[in-house]
Design a protein around this ligand. Sequence first.
Ligand code: BES
Ligand code: MN
Ligand code: ZN
Length: 494
Amino acid sequence: MKYCAKSTALLDIKSNIIVSIFEEGELSSAARKIDEISQGYLTGLLESGELTGKIGQIVVLRHLPNYNAQRIFVVGAGKKGEINEKQFKQIIESTIQAVKATKAQQIISYLSDIEIKHRDLYWNIRFSVETIEASFYQFEQFKSKKNEQHITLTEFIFSAEGEVAQQAIEDAKAVALGVKFAKDVANCPPNICHPVYLAEQAKNLAASSALMKTTVLGEKDMAELNMNAYLAVSQGSVNEAQLSIIEYRNHPNPNAKPIVLVGKGLTFDAGGISLKPAEAMDEMKYDMGGAAAVYGVMHALAELQLPLNVIGVLAGCENLPDGHAYRPGDILTTMKGLTVEVLNTDAEGRLVLCDTLTYVERFEPELVIDVATLTGACVVALGAHNSGLISTDDELAEELTQAATETTDKAWRLPLGEEYQEQLKSNFADLANIGGRWGGAITAGAFLSNFTDKYRWAHLDIAGTAWLQGANKGATGRPVPLLVQFLINQAKNK
Ligand code: BES
Ligand code: MN
Ligand code: ZN
């Protein structure tokens, strides 16, 4: 879809137009003009009760008196001045659904004049483009009969002017692209999307951008580095573990310290010897959602070309039970030197991540954010709406929270403290890999924090937010919007 922003005279529109009306019969200024031109056509419909202004109500009008536009989509936009982000997205979703059902090719939208509470024109357009792009997403690679959409719409014009509108379109397109790539790789089945496949995607991405370079470490390389915790998890799988490092360098100072993003990339997590129950086990193909998000963010970066140095790390691995699999009771010596007693092989994410977090010390990071579908406990705590945020750095936590609020890709900070470390004590090693029943999302974060003393660090647990269950089962692409916004903000603050 082509998006642009330009102010357009209502009377010149020969194609299609979208205007809003509010509850209690209030017309938006564009709707009012159309009403005047057509000698009260809209007010007539309001009086008859056909137009209500209720959020998401769409009435498609044609052949209005004195007005040449092919179709007029009149959209209910709720109570004027009281619309929140969620309602606005609902308005855009219903509108685009109605537009898709017609043969409209070009459309000019006046929804950019809807006021969203606490938001400006930038966010109106940004949310619009992201929502429209998401509405076109389908994952049908493995269906022999594709659900052909027959969509004729190719050009979406916002009636708005200025650099802000343009920037909103550019940013939204990059985020949407990142979300799409994250969804594609996350939805891919685990027999196809194994660690080598993930690494191939990382290499292909770098091949398509002059600002990126990808290096892949295999198990032999990891063994030389003593990444024994990571390797232990991979032991039960015939699929080789792969650590992909995607370096994006575009900071005006090439030696500027990089921002490092680490993604948990368990392409399948059966739990290992501590096998998971059969129910919904298929969803553990999404256990690489963190890596998928980091990969998506790197795509967005290639589009936006932000003046930053960013390193995206995909920690690809598979956790299966097998004769060679690691066991409960095993003691592993991590790359950092700390020993870990395995009490549950299903707490594998932290084992893969702890060595990766040590590995990235070599980049002397400005800061490190790891993204992981780490704990079921996080889903119990926060549900599917907020990602769990844990950090040893208040300022970084604040910046991430702000990016989450800005994008509505929500995150909520959980506490961290010595008490939680005590839950990780082992009789036989420096650390146990689980911390008991209570506060499981936090003890997982606390475990990781033992490996992050060399840099500013934050952790996003996306176990509840990375995919949807039920009828709409599928990857969400979260937290790509949050992370891209964080990077946009970092670039601005430079
Ligand atoms: N990948 C899972 C976490 C998960 C569970 C994500 C459910 C999404 C939905 C992780 O590897 C895991 O199995 N964690 C265990 C940890 C436990 C053994 C301490 C869990 O959450 O049950
Ligand atoms: Mn697990
Ligand atoms: Zn896992």
